[in-house]
Write a protein that binds this ligand. Structure first.
Ligand code: AMP
Length: 281
């Protein structure tokens, strides 16, 4: 039985009941429009916990001006169906006014780790992410929370926040789920027309190319970057936002490749901004 709750107080009642029975709670925060990537997190949570909660909330605080908050794909009925099939116990889908009522004034900032990559490209993005996550963690009191490595910087920032704020939960990172041809699954892939869908492959192909360059023995990050720039500039309809190689622990750019690091790419395909990465570890 999958319960669908919109109110914070109702969700808290469920959680209190489960907690008082000593049950563990796995939590998968999402913005909905669920796909196989989300489902892999949900399935892992269901394996590792007594109860699984999925939140569906398109969080306005993590979108900047001119970004796609209004256009972000939403398909609540399909999401509920997928959650039911996956055995989710509770869907928490609050509205904007209950998460950010008038007078809401508290925000959570993780410094340093958010200076590069998407933190640099999308000012205020991680502040929005962290703020909503703290609220959701406080409401849902999960034992474990599940995040995709596709959003590697987010995973790193959330781990830091949970440790810094002494929050009582485990953060679990899950592998990126891809389409057969290599495109990392994303709700935003729905925006892509057929030509753009083809062009979008250049992100995963660029990362495969980087792996080959590394395998050939190249360790100089500037040299790797200029090869990637050359690779991407040949792709029509694609505008590179960034390609960076950063230390996987602190998200700072490195000059010479050193394990563990994160090779991360963001690019616009038409108007759609997509990200992908791999860990060199
Ligand atoms: P979103 O709905 O895009 O906010 O994503 C919710 C969660 O699903 C985040 O932890 C994402 O990292 C994760 N996720 C999104 N796409 C994928 C994917 N292709 N593979 C694994 N996890 C993913």
């Amino acid at each position: 039985m999958t319960e669908v709750l919109r109110r914070i107080d109702c969700a808290k009642e469920y959680i209190y009941k489960w907690k008082s029975e000593g049950l563990s709670i796995g939590f998968v925060p999402t913005m909905g429009c669920l796909h196989a990537g989300h489902l892999s997190l949900i399935e892992r949570s269901a394996r590792e916990n007594d109860k699984t909660v999925v939140s569906i909330f398109v969080n306005p605080a993590q979108f900047g001006e001119g970004e796609d908050f209004n256009e972000y794909p939403r398909d609540f009925e399909a999401d509920v169906k997928l959650c039911r099939e996956a055995g989710v116990d509770l869907i928490f889908a609050p509205d904007e006014a209950s998460i950010y009522p008038d007078g809401h004034s508290t925000y959570v900032d993780v410094s340093g780790l958010t200076d590069n990559l998407c933190g640099r490209a999308r000012k205020g993005h991680f502040r929005g992410v962290c703020t909503v996550l703290v609220k959701l963690f406080n409401i849902l009191k999960p034992t474990r929370a599940y995040f995709g490595k596709k959003d590697a910087q987010q995973l790193c920032v959330v781990r830091r926040m949970v440790e810094d704020l002494n929050m009582d939960l485990d953060v679990v990172g899950c592998e990126t789920v891809r389409e057969k041809d290599g495109l990392a699954m994303s709700s935003r892939n729905r925006y892509l027309g057929s030509k753009e869908r083809e062009a979008a492959l250049c992100l995963s192909r660029a990362l495969n190319f980087v792996e080959k360059v590394i395998a050939s023995g190249e360790r100089n990050v500037n040299a790797i970057k200029s090869e990637v720039l050359g690779f991407i500039s040949n792709q029509s309809g694609v505008r590179l936002d960034y390609f960076e190689i950063v230390d996987a622990c602190n998200m700072r750019p490195v000059k010479v490749l050193k394990k563990p690091c994160l090779c991360a790419i963001a690019a616009y395909v038409g108007k759609t901004r997509l990200i992908d990465n791999f860990y060199y570890e």
